[in-house]
Ligand binder design. Structure first.
Ligand code: SF4
Length: 423
């Protein structure tokens, strides 16, 4: 296997025959589970400096940069054993399943696996498979971690067997800028965390808000095309992406989503100011269904129906709305963390709107009731149920349904970033 390194003078990658393997490697688990590693256009380059990181892995790319070395891309679980240190970013529950299903347990390996990333919600679930868990950001920390010097956002699973220490979530200490060869700026971080503090939002509550560009605004998504709904500016060229995060004003108010019915009406009516009245502007709206208190399934879409009927009668231009529903999950470290999961299957409620100017199509994101049940069990799991959980990772039995009820004792050793009072 060739080893690639960066020639600092020419900026080119060079191959060294018969070189010793690097000490540090990184893995993108989704490429391993989907077997897409070899479809990466630049996969032959082992170094992270030439690897085409997917958008959601810029944090891992930045950590690789922090090492100051060329970090190798690892293409399989077997290859992982050739590295002393393996860096992995956990982005979802799927990654946790992959590790539990395919990785050897830590006592059967000689190397050190270091994991971090937004998918590390409950560090208990990876206890048997990884050595070091980084909570939150890992800015400028990786070399200290490799040298055994830990801040309070780092759990050493061998030293603190049952996570009895006090831990905090690592905050952003530097703005991440990613470019390739100094030419194309691929990512330029504007802020981290969020100041709006919707009560369901783990990203907003777990992380301390840092505004690098002092723009005082929330923008997210690829090229910053997502915005707070009431601040959204209609553009004629692209489709819009935003969120209402609650089907009724009552639910939004309880979730601290400050968006009234009238503000929704006014923003939809504002579409006419973008012109191009014959063209249908596209609007993707993320929404949360099935909050713990919602049970009026017969009238579930009545408020939206009222809004759309009214706006449809006033509007001159056209809008196609894709309402993208996700089932609510009480996320740890948020004010809603102890709420029960609503077990009504909201996917079954039919709804669409087809007016003269507005069309609404409802879709349901992957996070339906079944996957949220599985996710919530893993977010709240305790050590005493870990062994059984690993065996039932694909389909946890009803034994685990106790984790879906109101639960006041979530991640007791992790210090909350903010104090809050619910309702
Ligand atoms: S859901 Fe609310 S708190 Fe979370 S990022 Fe969006 S606006 Fe911010």
């Amino acid at each position: 296997m060739p080893y690639w390194f960066l020639n600092k003078e020419t900026g080119e990658a060079q191959k060294i025959k018969n070189a010793k393997r690097g000490e540090i490697g990184f893995m993108i688990l989704e490429h391993i589970t989907n077997k897409t590693f070899h479809q990466q256009s630049n996969y032959i380059f082992k170094s992270h400096r030439y690897y085409k990181f997917p958008q959601s892995y810029i944090g891992l790319q930045s950590v690789c940069d922090d090492t100051g070395f060329d970090v190798d891309a690892i293409s399989s679980v077997e290859e992982m054993n050739q590295y002393d240190y393996v860096l992995i970013s956990i982005t979802s529950h799927q990654d946790i399943e992959t590790i539990i299903k395919h990785f050897p347990k830590k006592e059967k390996r000689g190397n050190i696996i270091i994991v971090g990333g937004s998918g590390i919600i409950n560090p208990v679930v990876l206890y048997n498979f990884v050595d070091i868990i980084v909570l939150g950001r890992c800015d400028n920390q990786i070399n200290n971690i490799i040298n055994g010097k830990y801040s309070d956002n780092v759990i050493d699973t061998k030293k603190d067997k049952y996570y009895e220490g006090k831990y905090s979530i690592g905050m952003a200490k530097k703005q991440i800028n990613i470019n390739h060869g100094g030419k194309n700026i691929l990512f330029n971080e504007s802020s981290y965390g969020c100041k709006f503090k919707c009560f369901f939002c783990h990203y907003g509550w777990a992380n301390k808000y840092v505004d690098f560009k002092k723009e005082n605004s929330y923008k997210s998504g690829y090229n910053g095309n997502e915005d707070i709904f009431k601040n959204m500016i209609w553009k004629k060229t692209r489709y819009q992406v935003s969120a209402i995060d609650g089907i009724s004003e009552i639910s939004r108010r309880r979730a601290n989503k400050k968006l009234t019915k009238n503000e929704i009406i006014n923003k939809l009516l504002d579409r006419d100011n973008a012109g191009f009245l014959q063209n249908s502007l596209q609007l993707k709206l993320y929404n949360i269904v099935g909050y713990s208190w919602e049970n009026d399934t017969d009238n579930y879409y009545s408020e939206i129906e009222e809004i759309l009927k009214y706006v449809d009668s006033k509007l001159n231009g056209k809008i196609t709305i894709l309402l993208n529903n996700t089932h609510f999950i009480p996320m740890p470290l948020t004010p809603f963390e102890s709420l029960p999961l609503n077990m009504i299957d909201f996917k079954k409620i039919d709804y669409s709107f087809n007016g003269k100017k507005i069309k609404l199509i409802k879709s349901y994101a992957g996070y339906g009731i079944k996957s949220q049940r599985k996710n919530l069990i893993s977010y709240r799991l305790k050590f005493e149920d870990l062994q059984r959980f690993e065996k039932e990772i694909n389909n946890p039995s009803t034994y685990f349904d106790k984790y879906l009820l109101r639960n006041e004792n979530i991640l007791p050793n992790i210090i909350r970033t903010h104090k809050y009072k619910l309702f």
